[in-house]
Design a protein around this ligand. Structure first.
Ligand SMILES: [Cu+2]
Length: 173
């Protein structure tokens, strides 16, 4: 009698453990399909940045930009003609513009077309607030957009991590 009770109790416990494990795995899967990029800056606004500013993701992943800067508004805006800029996103990819994000606000976008995506912050492009995403892979370790480099502010061009660096896989702050 006691034995039967014990085995049923173990059964219930193990079922509970299984559910917990399933929930944990699902949470991990969701976390893996989403990545976050912070918009941040110094308290006096003299320096602003995306962190990480260089990031490798997989097709189908969602990127969420979050304005974590208590003292500034920011945007995430793709370099492409829809934003009156030279095209520095893959052919066939959709450009984006978050518009102004107040502190605490965020903007999300799912990336499916592989390639290199350059983007900037509208009010801070000249301060070098830019970022580069690589979705999946890139054809070359060289910049695929070298032909439009001259159209970018010097600080922006300088702040873009190289394709080769991003392809190593570690986020670049
Ligand atoms: Cu900004």
């Amino acid at each position: 009698m006691i034995k039967a009770f014990d085995s049923r109790r173990r059964l219930i416990l193990s079922a509970g453990g299984g559910l917990l494990l399933t929930a944990t795995l699902l949470r991990r899967a969701n976390a893996a399909s989403e990545v976050e990029i912070a918009m941040a800056g110094t308290a006096n606004g003299s320096q602003v940045w995306f962190r990480p500013r260089g990031l490798l993701i997989q097709p189908g992943q969602l990127v969420r930009w979050v304005n974590q800067d208590a003292g500034n508004v920011h945007t995430t805006t793709s370099y492409d003609p829809s934003n009156k800029k030279p095209q520095r996103i893959p052919d066939g990819a959709k450009g984006w513009n978050s518009d102004y994000l107040m502190p605490g606000q965020s903007f999300s976008m799912t990336f499916t077309v592989p390639g290199v995506y350059d983007y900037f912050c509208l009010p801070h492009e000249h301060a070098g607030m830019v970022g580069r995403l690589i979705v999946g892979t890139a054809d070359t370790a060289q910049s695929p957009y070298a032909n439009t480099d001259a159209q970018l502010p010097a600080a922006a061009l300088q702040a873009l991590p190289s394709v080769a660096e991003i392809l190593k896989g570690q986020p670049i702050d």
